[in-house]
Design a protein around this ligand. Structure first.
Ligand code: FMN
Length: 222
């Protein structure tokens, strides 16, 4: 598979087939992704893989906690700035609306929207979950390095017929996740990722997000 095809065929997959993924494939992906660049070659990424009983135990724990606290524990970092300005606000809103429309969820149906949000904490049915963390002492440039590693994982997954969905939603349960994966206190959880064989016929996977045209953000100086 060409890189262009891997990039074009990637989307945030929110429904997975009940088909196992060998951990040796995940290992290979994470190993190949080490080639991702990082400023000063710091390689600040830390990855935890959850599958099998570890995944089931975590999902069940969060399901129990969710009943008492649907918004979670609160995040350790702002997923978005408190006042999201344009054009970001509209983009975020549209993405949410398009997802709920694909799922047939009405705008005012907060219960159904919450149920869909909760699917995050089941890794959308994926057989493997990843967690990405980094040392708390590191700053924004290193967070961006972790992002590059994450994209490498997503593209390598596509090459192997797998789909993925990055999940900042897990940041809302950072304490519970940290306890399950024994994350050292010196590290901060950035996000999770669901990974598996996508159910391409599922309504949750029936829409594609748009992108602003190139000339809106790229300036050529020559
Ligand atoms: C770091 C990161 C975290 C994300 N967190 C979530 C999440 O918690 N739940 C979710 O459903 N989608 C999540 N997404 C998916 C984005 O909504 C998605 O990438 C964006 O809308 C573009 O759509 P696409 O990935 O289908 O191209 C996340 C994406 C990234 C890059």
């Amino acid at each position: 598979m060409q890189v262009t095809e891997a990039l074009r065929s990637r989307f945030s997959c929110r429904a997975f087939l009940d088909r196992p993924v060998s951990l040796s494939v995940i290992r290979e992906i994470l190993d190949e992704a080490r080639k991702a660049p990082s400023g000063g070659n710091l390689q600040p990424w830390q990855v935890h893989v959850v599958a099998g009983k570890a995944l089931t135990g975590l999902v069940e724990d969060i399901r129990r906690r969710f009943v008492a606290a649907p918004v979670g524990e609160g995040t350790e970092y702002d997923i978005y700035p408190p006042h999201l300005a344009e054009p970001y606000r509209t983009r975020r809103f549209k993405t949410g609306m398009d997802l709920y429309r694909a799922l047939g969820i009405a705008r005012e149906d907060t219960e159904a929207r919450q149920r869909q949000w909760q699917r995050n904490y089941e890794f959308f049915g994926a057989p493997v979950g990843l967690f990405f963390a980094l040392d708390r002492a590191l700053g924004p440039p290193q967070w961006s390095d972790v992002g590059m590693y994450i994209l490498a994982v997503m593209l390598l997954a596509r090459e192997r017929g797998l789909h993925s969905c990055a999940q900042e939603a897990w940041a809302a349960w950072h304490g519970a996740v940290a306890a399950h994966i024994q994350l050292p206190a010196s590290q901060m959880l950035f996000c999770g990722m669901a990974i598996g064989y996508g159910d391409e016929s599922a309504p949750a996977n029936a829409f594609r997000t748009e992108r602003a045209p190139l000339d809106e953000f790229a300036v050529f100086h020559d």
